[in-house]
Design a protein around this ligand. Structure first.
Ligand code: S3P
Length: 440
């Protein structure tokens, strides 16, 4: 099988104005809600990455007419909550945990059986966190003995609401159960240990579905209402912007503006953490677009210092840690992360895989059970980086190249297409010397 590698030369600075692709979490949900709504939903700014296309193709396979995507525009002809049809075969979720976990909630409420499969990385990721509470609601789902995909989901299970306290801070688990709750009798009530991204809650409200909020961490829905189609303008993904927030912070002489970035407060931990480290980030022109806060972010190079990362910020920056570790490697002094064991269950074990890459580049990075300790300093050499099928590892080490000490090679980098199609071109436009090579 051919492999895409990134070759990154050291140096460079980031300047100008760029817009990164659409938000992955909101794009997934726009397809799910649009498909299950009554009426036609128009989406703009949709992320045409492989993860969101896996969700889109799954709904197409269940009989939903979806036009596009073309230049970020998608038109979804909703079939209503009970209008999906049995797919002809298994639904392939590719590399996408969000697709698999949220879809398992929706599919548990259908009248027909389905099978969800995934790639090598997704097939290793824990699914019990959704299948166990769904079983409490009456769902019948078979997994492997390890609790992993493929998931065989039986239809016509007759779901009932439960009151569930999540054992971990996970927007995917919360969203899965709320979506199953649309099909359940009675009330489905979820409480999370700490606030996580709230796009599902916002979108339920945007589609006119009654949602009850009790404080900041408890949400409930009752079954039997309907979703009304609406228009969705997907902002640029702060998780993709994060690579450039770090890049412009660590590359001397940088002055970069990221346009139209979603700054939902459940997603902005990366800005808070970088500011605590001394970053110079200005939030310009804040506005609300389709129920989500959006702004332009101007970031200029600044000397960073190591910090102890507040644990309350962990769920609010959960996808940004790989690149934050690069920031820590370039900061003066020690950075300590705790309370982040969830990072070991992402597309790769992001604590171990990042530590291995940073060590290969000459940084003192020591993994702990629930975090990492990084001594900031200078990269000593270029290295060959293994990404373990993880898009964010590939992009984080591309950013590290800005302060690199030699050419480095990032193996298996094609996975960036799951969340950030066009990454190499945009990174080059902004000022990073990176090229993609295909090897046999
Ligand atoms: C997501 C939630 C997060 C995040 C993932 C997208 C979502 O996962 O890591 O990339 O869209 O709900 P967890 O909720 O499992 O932490």
């Amino acid at each position: 099988m051919s492999e895409t590698r990134f070759v990154v030369e050291p140096g460079g600075r980031l300047t100008g104005r760029i817009r990164v692709p659409g938000d992955k979490s909101i794009s997934h949900r726009s397809i799910m809600f649009g498909s299950l709504a009554d009426g036609v939903t128009e989406v703009s700014g949709f992320l045409e990455g492989e993860d969101c296309l896996a969700t889109l193709n799954a709904f197409r396979a269940m009989g939903v007419r979806i036009d596009g995507p073309a230049a970020g525009r998608v038109t979804i002809h909703g079939v209503g909550l009970h209008g999906l049809k049995p797919p002809a075969g298994p639904l392939d979720m590719g590399n996408s945990g969000t697709s698999m976990r949220l879809m398992s909630g929706i599919l548990s409420g259908q009248a027909f059986d389905t099978v969800l499969t995934g790639d090598a990385s997704l097939s290793k990721r824990p699914m019990k966190r959704v299948t166990a509470p769904l079983a409490q609601m009456g769902a019948r789902i078979e997994t492997t003995e390890r609790g992993t995909a493929p998931l065989h989901i039986r239809g016509a299970s007759g779901l009932h609401g439960i009151d569930y306290v999540l054992p971990m801070a996970s927007a995917q688990v919360k969203s899965c159960l709320l979506l199953a709750g649309l099909y359940a009798s009675g009330t489905t009530r979820v409480t999370e240990p700490a606030p996580t991204r709230d796009h599902t809650e916002r979108m339920l409200e945007g589609f006119g579905y009654p949602l009850v909020r009790e404080g900041e961490r408890t949400f409930s829905v009752g079954g039997g209402h309907r979703l009304g189609a609406t228009a969705i303008d997907v902002p640029a993904d702060i998780s993709s912007a994060a690579f450039f927030l770090v890049g412009a912070s660590i590359a001397p002489g940088s002055d970069l503006t990221l346009e139209h970035v979603g700054i939902n407060p459940t997603r902005t931990g990366v800005i808070d953490i970088l500011r605590l480290m001394g970053a110079d980030i200005e939030v310009q022109n804040p506005r609300t677009v389709g129920g989500e806060p959006v702004a332009d972010l101007r970031v200029r190079a600044a000397p960073l210092r190591g910090i102890r990362i507040p644990e309350a910020l962990v769920p609010l920056a959960i996808d940004e840690f790989p690149v934050l570790f690069v920031a820590a490697a370039c900061a003066a002094g020690e950075t300590v992360l705790t309370g982040a064991e969830e990072l070991r269950a992402k597309e790769s074990d992001r604590i171990q895989v990042m530590a291995d890459g940073l060590v290969a580049m000459g940084i003192d990075a020591r993994p702990t059970a629930d975090g990492i300790v990084i001594q900031g300093g200078a990269f000593a050499r270029g290295a060959e980086i293994a990404t373990h099928h993880d898009h964010r590892i590939a992009m984080s080490f591309t950013i590290a190249g800005l302060r690199g000490a030699g050419t480095h090679v990032i193996r298996d980098a094609g996975f960036v297409d799951t969340s950030f199609p066009g990454f190499v071109e945009l990174a080059r436009t902004a000022g990073i010397d990176v090229r993609a090579e295909r090897s046999a």
